[in-house]
Design a binder for this molecule. Sequence first.
Ligand code: SF4
Length: 208
Amino acid sequence: MKNTNEEILYTYKNKVYLNITNKCPCACTFCIRSKKDAIGEASNLWLNHNPSFEEVKEAIDAFDFNGYNEIIFCGYGEPTNSFDVLVKTAQYICSKLDLKIRVNTNGLGNLINGKDITEELCKNVDAVSISLNCSNKEDYLKTVRPKFGIESFDAMLSFAKKCRALTENTVLSVVDVIGEEEIEKCKKIAEDLNISLRVRKYDNSSDN
Ligand code: SF4
């Protein structure tokens, strides 16, 4: 069965999002995927298969981008799990549309792909937003529950560091449910890496 264009491309709070995969190596305790089937104007973000580039292109071609200035790889999965499609799609958008391109990621793309993808990623997008989520590896393991285990927190920080060296449009993010004290510790980590920290509201928590 084919995915519909609406499952691949959706809008939320006046922004356009691309949902290119449902695969994710994590099971964050706050992930909205376990609570509802979609967010924003989408009705269902569960894909019946990982869309090919051609399917993503079709969804982009069918959408009227008038009034939008940014497109975000996010959705119900980790975009770097479909890294080839992500790169091809970003290149297609860049050649056709006047839009900034952002990727919201859990920062585990190097582990997922078994190689360093930061250079190719940063070459093809305008901004990278990485989920920091916690201030230490033990809490990260309990909250994000990555399949790669304890090495994941350091791998995510290293990913963020590499992206920051390649683009100043690198941001770390946390969800506000972690509490003030933990947010302060995360601010310090971000400051030490010379990266801005974005504190997201919980209702945005599928936002990687
Ligand atoms: S919040 Fe993002 S990283 Fe965490 S399980 Fe959900 S899709 Fe994966």
